[in-house]
Ligand binder design. Structure first.
Ligand code: FES
Length: 107
């Protein structure tokens, strides 16, 4: 099945430094608005950790990485790569864009 962009939420619901998780078609998606000294940037990744499939929603985001609040594995928000044990598998990453003040995710 071909992925399509789906409306996620209004852009102002995920301000710089913020994040929000929603279920799209039975898949938990986590959108993070990462602040850097260059620009703010949106990332969309799985809302579920690849380790024991626990929610990543409350993980801390720093330097374009999110830390699972359960066992502390970090994931690269750009590639989804698992950077620490106990996670060994990546999390899904999704294309994200803004159209008319709406965040849209390709899923
Ligand atoms: S559930 Fe995320 S690191 Fe274990």
């Amino acid at each position: 099945m071909q992925a399509n962009f789906t409306r996620f939420c209004k852009l102002d619901e995920v301000p710089p430094g913020g994040k929000k998780a929603l279920k799209i078609n039975e898949t938990w998606v986590l959108v993070c608005n990462v602040k850097s000294n260059v620009t703010d940037r949106l990332f969309a990744v799985s809302g579920i950790c690849s380790h024991q499939f626990k929610p990543l929603f409350n993980g801390r985001v720093r330097n374009c990485r999110i830390t699972c609040p359960v066992h502390g594995a970090r994931f690269d928000l750009e590639t989804g790569a698992a950077l620490d044990l106990p996670a060994t598998k990546p999390i899904a990453v999704y294309e994200v864009r803004v159209v008319d003040d709406w965040i849209e995710v390709k899923i």
